[in-house]
Design a protein around this ligand. Structure first.
Ligand code: FES
Length: 147
């Protein structure tokens, strides 16, 4: 809606004054796709590499007791991938580690005590609840007693 209003203002200014103070800000040719192509390819190569690395290389555990208090890890357990956080009190928070948005694996953010998705920036709390999108679904919570 706001771009329609701005567009009409720019067109009006261009017709009446032959210039507009918003002309350069919204000029469609301000974006140089060729100039940014190299960094676009590099960034996506890094994302693809991380995606594959995170899917293939996970620490395998046989028991939740292998995780220390205050520690968080993405682990493989009985064929599934979990994001596991164990509080200093020993309470375990267990969620599936695959981001519902595009299936990347989340990583622990020790500064925020959150699970962050490296692909598009979704963030989840220790119980998988969404803190920020683009994901619109939470991480699947798992009862540690069931695993
Ligand atoms: S895959 Fe996680 S935010 Fe897109």
């Amino acid at each position: 809606m706001i771009f329609g209003t701005i567009s009409s203002r720019i067109i009006s200014d261009l017709i009446i004054n032959e210039n507009s103070k918003y002309e350069n800000i919204f000029n469609p040719s301000r974006i140089k796709p060729i100039a940014g192509f190299t960094s676009f390819v590099e960034e996506n190569a890094v994302v693809a590499f991380d995606f594959i690395k995170d899917k293939l290389f996970k620490e395998k555990i046989t028991s939740l007791h292998e995780i220390n208090e205050g520690e968080a890890k993405v682990v493989k357990y009985e064929g599934d991938s979990y994001a596991l956080y164990k509080e200093a009190t020993g309470k375990v928070h267990l969620v599936k580690s695959t981001c519902p948005h595009a299936k990347c694996e989340v990583r622990w953010n020790s500064a925020e005590l959150s699970w962050d998705c490296p692909c598009h920036g979704s963030r989840f709390n220790i119980n998988g609840k969404i803190l920020t999108g683009p994901s619109v679904m939470a991480l699947q919570r798992v009862d540690p007693e069931d695993s």
